[in-house]
Ligand binder design. Structure first.
Ligand code: COA
Length: 260
């Protein structure tokens, strides 16, 4: 399938999804979100893809937000649909994905851009990155999960300060807040993301998926994360990878996981 707004690049078991609207600082219009939905769904069901790195084209922006030009003239029902469709078709798909997704934040990550990064399982930022949720400057609030995921990552007080001031934070501040996992130079960004993901991809794939589900249930509506953990832990015992992992340990060799 060919895309107009995103680029897909495969490098061994890593798939890059690159938001590719550089002249608009990679702003997420509806067409881009639809392509992201398709690309993510395909990647999650493609056995050749072990994990995903999402980044933005160019050196200036990861994603400078939802495409503001598409908001003009929209009414309450449209607003509800934009947020609901965006969350369920893209942002929740990433967060609930069965494979690790890393955001390589290579510049501005604002509004929907920061929400995209926060939906990913891990965030690495380049030292020039700036992050914020400036929606209140437009008379809006974040609609792609930002009020919830920022609160989960940095706590209620800092989240409300960032959302209500609309201020951007630097990469160094984001690291101190726990909003990103690592900060590196621009040149080191993709190598660092690959290094981290390649290490993760040496681990048992079904266990990775189980870990994502259990951790997500720490904040899922109506779920008891401890119960989820018990069930996911138990299911791991039924996998071939579990037998391989334990055998490899006892035989003092590296495990060869097959995702079964
Ligand atoms: N939606 C639509 N277009 C956007 C955009 C967005 N969120 N962010 C940037 N663009 C476009 C600009 O309109 C401009 O297009 P043009 O050249 O056709 O006029 C182009 O991207 C370059 O942006 P520009 O504003 O000229 O770059 P800058 O370096 O002066 O400023 C930002 C960079 C990120 C500070 C500024 O673009 C900005 O504030 N963007 C909006 C951020 C935002 O509010 N995001 C939340 C949306 S909910």
């Amino acid at each position: 399938m060919s895309f107009q707004n995103i680029l897909i690049q495969d490098k061994d078991r890593i798939q890059y999804i690159i938001i590719n609207r550089e002249s608009k600082l990679n702003a997420l219009n509806q067409a881009t979100l639809a392509e992201l939905h398709t690309a993510l769904t395909q990647a999650f069901s493609n056995n050749n893809v072990g994990g995903i790195i999402i980044t933005g084209a160019g050196t200036k922006a990861f994603v400078a937000g939802a495409d503001i030009s598409e908001f003009a003239g929209k009414d309450v029902d449209s607003g509800r649909r934009i947020a609901y469709d965006g969350q369920s078709n893209v942002f929740d798909v990433i967060a609930g994905g069965n494979k690790p997704v890393i955001a390589a934040v290579n510049g501005f990550a604002l509004g929907g851009g920061l929400e995209l990064a926060m939906a990913c399982h891990i965030r690495i930022a380049s030292d020039n990155a700036k992050m914020g949720l400036p929606e209140v400057t437009l008379g809006l609030i974040p609609g792609y999960g930002g009020t919830q995921r920022l609160t989960q990552l940095v706590g209620r007080g800092k989240a409300l300060e960032m959302i209500m001031t609309a201020d951007m934070v630097t990469a160094a501040d984001a690291l101190a807040l726990g909003l990103v996992n690592h900060v590196v130079t621009q040149d080191e960004l993709l190598p660092k993301a690959e290094e981290l993901l390649n290490k993760i991809l040496t681990r048992a794939p079904l266990a990775l998926a189980a870990a994502i589900r259990a951790v997500n249930d720490a904040h899922a509506d109506g779920a008891n994360g401890f119960d989820t953990e018990i069930e996911e832990f138990a299911r791991c015992f039924g996998t071939k990878d579990f037998k391989e992992g334990v055998s490899a340990f006892l035989e003092k060799r590296k495990p060869e996981f097959k995702g079964k």
